[in-house]
Design a protein around this ligand. Structure first.
Ligand code: ADP
Ligand code: ZN
Ligand code: ZN
Length: 723
């Protein structure tokens, strides 16, 4: 008796297992295809993983209900990429595969797109009767915005029969349009002539788009890396090929898109968190259909179903936001490198402060290193200086020389930037009589005081409460904010510079969609102003008139328990300093610190990142830390610390192996977060393979053993934070 054909299906569930179904006679299915399957009393969307599997004897399989489309939603390389990632990050295959689908397709919606037609004028409308006012207005609207969609015209007050009327008269015709850039003419323009240094770097970029190569482009801030990416794509990308440019979320601004569109017109397509489900589906389908787009996108763009991908660029490759912090904890950058390898195409990683991982890979000869150490145009590198604030009087955190430097910059008609590493008014409220500090009732952290709305907020959970004017413990009036946040710095600067606009850029001031754009537009006008902000300001922005960057306190990263903290501090400070002096005027950077003799800060002042990276790498080697060993964290969360520690104590013996080491279990840096008690094991191994095997074993054990319902665990491979 021949067995009926069968298929193994992945579901969008946090389950480390797949499900077998029978393929009914009238269906043929392929790996990567979307299907509907019965599951318990439900019908779920599934993805075919393989066909022709042998279920155990005596088991009657349920049939697949239907195929959602006759083609595989995930083409072969995308499917292989995700299977690899599922194994590498030890995350259930089903959830990994579904991450690569747009939300509509995850929910089992059909993949045909509601086509919205784009229109352009085909005539001046002279033939229209004089009294056809509505039709004339419609024609004028289309003339003024070629590529406008029917939907947009309806929103503007016209109706579909009117549009059809004009089309029937052949006064307008359908056109290819880019739904994300109405009015885009699709025309491309040449960029600036490359400088000598840029030209040399450009000649060193990959020339074979049909072979894997990994290049690390180390280019100081303002050296013109973006210009080089554009030049490279122009030179190497064939008209029928796709390319992917990954950028950190915050860098995907209209300015960045405009810069790419200037070169490539409507071939540029964006992918980011602000797209709605319809836009996501439309873009996803274009990629899946092999449209020769250049996709500029954030982390998850690396998982899209490209079919003709021939180049990948990862800008600001050191940025920790490439690592997903929850669920499927993949690194967009690392997946990009693997994807280039699978596809046999080049990947270019660019940064002014490369991650130690990439720097090490370059030293090992795994990545080809290109150095671009001159600023483009007339700009020269900024001058960095440390300002020891140990015995200086401070005005809410700012020393006299810092205020003077800001005053000087403004007097010259220039702009200044002040970097503070914490949002809110002050990181803590303290009673100067009894010593009480306000803590989050749900976490082991202090509450941050936000004066704008008189609230105390926890930055680790969503707890907030009204700020109390007196000490909640002893009722003393001597209850005061301690330390610096962006709001407080903003207030001090407003006092000191009453006539100068102050622009605060942090998560609080940019919550509304588009607000960061409005804030940055103000700065780009070039008028004297002071920018105050957090990390958000440090990343990749081009402010030609900022000539001074001041860092309120550089010491956070010097003595942290997190092994990545010094690297991140150095990167942030250099990125901040990179915002100064990008135009024709020289830039200056003032770094306030209580440790002006610290070797790391001294080296930083030379602005020599390669030297710093070598120093930091030497420390990592001594500490036997990544990138010299592979690392993963196993974290447990429970209602009590004892339960978390207990679970990890059970696991620990399973992780013992030659060449590997396990630290812990220990409470996490923030041991209690949102009333959950967190503990962790840190696993290090000389062999990534071995680490992967250990993790697979542990995950399987944890899956198969019933844990108390409130106990949760996660595994984080290549963690960004060890806290
Ligand atoms: P990066 O990405 O390395 O920070 P950008 O590509 O943003 O640098 O370039 C910094 C600034 O210098 C931008 O304003 C850019 O337009 C300008 N620029 C880059 N290359 C050139 C060039 N060859 N000629 C003139 N201006 C340039
Ligand atoms: Zn008190
Ligand atoms: Zn909290």
């Amino acid at each position: 008796m021949t067995r009926p054909p069968t298929a193994r299906i992945a579901l969008n569930r946090p389950l480390r297992r797949l499900f077998d179904y029978r393929i009914p006679d009238h269906l043929s299915v392929y790996p990567g295809q979307r299907v509907k399957v019965p599951f318990g009393r439900q019908v779920l969307t599934g993805l075919v993983v393989e066909t022709g599997v042998n279920p155990p004897d005596g088991i009657t399989l349920k049939p697949i209900t239907a195929a959602l489309e006759p083609w595989p939603a995930l083409p072969e390389t995308t499917f292989r990429l995700l299977s690899w990632a599922s194994d590498y990050y030890q995350h259930p295959l089903g959830e990994c595969l579904f991450t690569a689908l747009p939300p509509a397709l995850r929910r089992g919606r059909p993949s045909e797109q509601k086509q919205d037609e784009h229109w352009r004028a085909a005539s001046t409308g002279a033939a229209l009767p004089a009294n056809a006012h509505r039709q004339k207005a419609l024609l004028a609207a289309i003339q003024s915005a070629p590529g406008i969609t029917s939907g947009e015209l309806v929103k503007a007050g016209f109706n579909r029969p009117q549009i059809k009327g004009l089309a029937d008269k052949e006064l307008i015709c359908r056109t290819e349009g880019n739904p994300q850039s109405p009015g885009d003419t699709g025309q491309a323009a040449p960029g600036p002539t490359l400088s000598g240094a840029q030209q040399t770097a450009a000649e060193d970029l990959p020339t074979d788009t049909n072979r894997f190569s990994a290049t690390l482009l180390y280019g100081i801030t303002g050296s013109g890396k973006t210009e080089l990416y554009l030049h490279y794509l122009k030179q190497q990308l064939q008209p029928d090929q796709q390319a992917l440019v990954l950028v950190p979320e915050i860098n995907l601004t209209p300015q960045t898109l405009a810069r790419f569109r200037k070169y490539f017109g409507s071939r540029i397509v964006a992918w980011h968190s602000a797209l709605n489900d319809g836009e996501r589906l439309a873009t996803w389908l274009r990629i899946r259909n092999g449209d020769p787009v250049i996709l500029i996108g954030t982390r998850s763009a690396v998982l899209l179903p490209f079919t003709h991908l021939r180049s990948i660029i990862v800008d600001e490759e050191h940025d920790s936001s490439y690592k997903q912090g929850e669920g499927f904890r993949y690194s967009g950058r690392d997946v990009a490198v693997y994807r280039a390898h699978l596809n046999q195409c080049p990947v270019i990683l660019g940064s002014a402060t490369p991650s130690l991982e990439s720097w090490y890979n370059a030293q090992q000869g795994k990545y080809h290193l290109i150095r671009l150490e001159q600023r483009a145009g007339n700009a020269s590198p900024p001058e960095l200086a440390l300002l020891d604030i140990r015995s200086r009087p401070l005005e809410a955190g700012l020393a006299r020389p810092t205020l003077n430097a800001i005053r000087d910059a403004l007097a010259r008609g220039e702009q200044a930037l002040v970097f503070v590493n914490r949002r809110g008014f002050a990181p803590v409220m303290m009673c100067f009589d009894c010593g009480h500090m306000e803590e989050c009732p749900r976490c082991d952290t202090r509450l941050t005081y936000h004066r704008r709305d008189r609230a105390m907020r926890c930055h680790h959970c969503d707890f907030q409460m009204a700020a109390s004017p007196t000490c909640p413990k002893c009722r003393s009036d001597n209850f005061k904010p301690v330390g610096q946040g962006t709001e407080r710095t903003e207030d001090t600067l407003a006092d000191q510079f009453p006539d100068t606009p102050i622009v605060r850029v942090d998560r609080d001031s940019t919550q509304r969609k588009g607000s960061i754009q409005a804030l940055l537009a103000k700065v780009n006008s070039g008028e004297p102003c002071i920018l105050v902000g957090t990390q958000m300001l440090a990343k990749g922005h081009d402010f030609p008139n900022v000539t001074l960057a001041a860092v309120v306190n550089a010491d956070g990263g010097l003595f942290s328990v997190d092994f990545r903290a010094p690297e991140q501090m150095v990167q942030t400070l250099l990125q901040v300093s990179g915002r100064a002096g990008r135009g024709d005027k020289p830039g200056k950077v003032l770094i306030q610190t209580c440790h002006s003799d610290h070797p790391l800060l001294k080296a930083l002042c030379q602005g020599n990142y390669p030297l710093l990276a070598d120093q930091l790498l030497a420390e990592r080697q001594t500490g036997e830390l990544p990138p010299f060993r592979a690392m993963a964290i196993l974290r447990a969360e429970a209602d009590t610390m004892q339960a978390s520690l207990q679970l990890l104590d059970t696991i620990k013996p399973m992780t013992a192996s030659k060449g590997s080491e396990t630290w812990g279990p220990l409470p996490a840096m923030i041991a209690r977060k949102a009333n959950r008690h967190r503990a962790q094991l840190i696993l290090c191994s000389d062999s990534r393979r071995q680490l992967n095997r250990i993790l697979a074993h542990v995950c399987q054990y944890l899956d198969q053993n019933k844990l108390p319902a409130s106990t949760k665990w996660i595994v984080d491979v290549d963690p960004q934070e060890t806290g």
